[in-house]
Design a protein around this ligand. Structure first.
Ligand SMILES: Nc1ncnc2c1ncn2[C@@H]1O[C@H](COP(=O)(O)OP(=O)(O)O)[C@@H](O)[C@H]1O
Ligand SMILES: [Mg+2]
Length: 313
């Protein structure tokens, strides 16, 4: 099966600056991939090329198998791009703004009206349709920006720092919208500096520095490759079981610190999925009344700090 997004040996220079160098990565449908790197790492450059807004010096980007260089118009229909800036046209209300872009995407008559309403409702803008587009709060403005991005029902969303400047509530609401879109099968490439935020929604990550790939892949794989600790959370039925399980875990070589809080345990773990399955099977076999056993949200900050060297350009 072809990956939804394939970045192939992408390179882009600006004079002497190598903004992107021989960058390769892939992502699939239904995935949320965090695109992480220090300022000037080349994230925006990569995203703009993928969105057909810039042309590389070398390499290509394929969206659903379509080259953004060979067939940019076709690729554009499959891409929803949210730039890192949003300046809606003045004198338009939310409805007119969305309607303008729906027309630009070739939606006609009843289908256009229906699409604008359903996208606005999905993004929580249903009761804001007659508000001036330029007068929205930052959070509502980002929802409008996202709504504009969804009108043509693209398979791939490319979102450049969409959560920057949002307050915590607006960030959480925005994250929930993205999770729903991924659950509906869309692939989402999202860059951000708010790393803990990304860790809660991304299943995979691409870390770049000075235009070059540092690591890429499923978050669990990346953590294992970098020999990073994962945090496992478990819950048992009785406090006595939690204490017994703590002693059991403390004996295992792949397990680090084990903390107990009532019937809950948290422990550090380094190993692959087979190792983790072995730990779980051991706990079940020992007869602890396990009711929960899961990985905690990934610590992207940890991945970022341990894989990048802080080289800026
Ligand atoms: N239009 C441009 N002209 C010259 N240099 C640019 C241009 N766009 C980006 N750059 C340079 O390319 C590098 C990568 O920038 P960018 O892709 O914006 O990084 P990021 O989004 O990761 O912060 C930086 O050194 C930046 O200064
Ligand atoms: Mg940027």
């Amino acid at each position: 099966m072809t990956a939804l997004l394939q970045v192939k040996n992408l390179s882009r220079r600006y004079g002497k600056v190598r903004a992107v160098s021989d960058l390769c990565f892939e992502m699939g449908c239904g995935q949320i991939t965090g695109f992480v790197g220090p300022n000037g790492a080349g994230k925006t450059t990569t995203m703009r090329i993928a969105a057909t807004l810039d042309v590389p010096d070398g390499g290509d980007v394929l969206v659903d198998g379509t080259s953004v260089l060979v067939e940019p118009r076709l690729a554009r229909m499959r891409i929803g791009y949210m730039s890192d800036q949003f300046h809606p046209y003045p004198n338009l209300d939310v409805m007119q703004f969305l309607d303008f872009f729906a027309r630009a995407y070739g939606l006609r008559s009843r289908r256009r009206i229906e699409t604008v309403h359903s996208v606005a409702n999905f993004c929580g803008l249903g009761s804001f349709l007659d508000r001036p587009a330029t007068g929205l709060s930052k959070g509502m403005g980002q929802r409008l920006h996202l709504a504009k991005t969804l009108l043509h029902d693209p398979a791939l969303l490319i979102l450049d720092e969409p959560a920057s400047g949002l307050d915590p509530r607006a960030r959480i609401e925005f994250r929930d919208l993205l999770k729903r879109l991924a659950a509906a099968g869309k692939g989402i490439l999202i860059s951000s500096h708010i790393l803990p935020e990304l860790g809660e929604m991304c299943d995979s990550v691409v870390v770049i520095e000075k235009g070059e790939r540092v690591v890429a892949g499923a978050i669990g794989d990346v953590q294992r490759e970098a020999q990073l600790e994962q945090t496992i959370v478990a819950k048992v039925t009785r406090e006595a079981d939690a204490e017994a399980m703590q002693r059991h875990l403390a004996e295992l070589p792949m397990v680090g610190d084990v903390a107990v809080d009532g019937v809950q345990l948290r422990f550090a773990f380094v190993g692959d999925d087979d190792d983790l399955a072995g730990v779980l099977a051991g706990c079940v076999a020992a007869g602890y009344g396990l009711v929960e056993f899961s990985r905690d949200a990934a610590d992207l900050e940890d991945i970022f700090l341990k894989t990048t060297k802080g080289r800026l350009q």
